[in-house]
Design a protein around this ligand. Sequence first.
Ligand SMILES: NC(=O)c1ccc[n+]([C@@H]2O[C@H](COP(=O)([O-])OP(=O)(O)OC[C@H]3O[C@@H](n4cnc5c(N)ncnc54)[C@H](O)[C@@H]3O)[C@@H](O)[C@H]2O)c1
Length: 321
Amino acid sequence: MVEKMRILVAGGAGFLGSHLCGRLLSEGHEVICLDNLHTGSTQNLRSFIDQPRFQMMQADVGEPLPGLRVDRIYNLACPASPQHYQSDPIATMKTNVFGAINLLDLAVKCGARILQASTSEVYGEPLVHPQPEDYRGNVSITGIRACYDEGKRAAETLFYDYHRMHGVDIRVARIFNTYGPGMRADDGRVVSNFVVQALKGEPLTIYGDGSQTRSFCYRDDLVLGLLALMETPEAEATPINLGNPGEFTVRELAELVLELTGSASRLDFLPLPQDDPTQRRPDISLAQSVLKWQPRIALRDGLLPTIRYFDACLSGLAQPV
Ligand SMILES: NC(=O)c1ccc[n+]([C@@H]2O[C@H](COP(=O)([O-])OP(=O)(O)OC[C@H]3O[C@@H](n4cnc5c(N)ncnc54)[C@H](O)[C@@H]3O)[C@@H](O)[C@H]2O)c1
């Protein structure tokens, strides 16, 4: 029997947050979604928005929060795609820092357990490969990605300090590239870009020569990892990588998307953006041993429903956000 709880999901109207809200509701919990709808949408909540155990609260996590009593807090509030977080880097930094402070203060008041959606970007351009949690990273302070990378690093620091000073039960997920149905068609990251371009018959844009590597985790696997991290007692106050250790070059991904969509699109090569990491792959030994979690869905199997979802969006049969 799972204990029924009152759970706040900040950023719950986004790609991952909305799927998380759906899972928590299906387990019988009461869910409050707090979101300013910057990159999220109530369209993502449409399958459960009318449920009595669900509440949507449109608010900015960086502003003082309304008084709430909750048992668990998931902090996913922050745009995840470079084109969105770079559109207003100061707002991104404020969301990360003030959002973390506001939610941690709420956790202190309620005695709630709180999970931070951190990121593989805390490793920057990694000099260690694959990246274990004790690798301290190689992040540019001055670059255009710093608002996100350094914002997430500062948020993590706040989490550990609230744990040490106030005894807050904290969980920190370092999430690696995750994809799946529910992403925005204009998300701007590589999986959605390639799938949408292939379905439209447009050239697939590869930045650089396509030899840079990424690991791609399917949405459902990732959300199961977040739930395990929140509810595993041994996972308190230590960062844990969540991602799929399968490593693909961007060119391999493009070719797989072309194969699975049956598209005749060509590949277009453009200059690499500033500070684009050349390789990324999580070391998930800790998640495997502590959470007994590992991703189950191979890239090919996860791309198929993702392609069907974007195909439905482009044909007007599903709602793109
Ligand atoms: N998807 C990934 O590959 C990935 C990888 C690493 C980390 N993450 C982290 O996971 C979280 C969710 O990512 P996602 O892919 O679902 O992104 P997303 O952009 O779809 O979701 C973020 C949500 O946060 C909301 N938000 C943004 N700023 C806010 C603010 N100031 N106040 C309230 N709400 C705000 C947005 O409206 C959106 O609903 C993010 O924190 C992201 O940094 C995601």
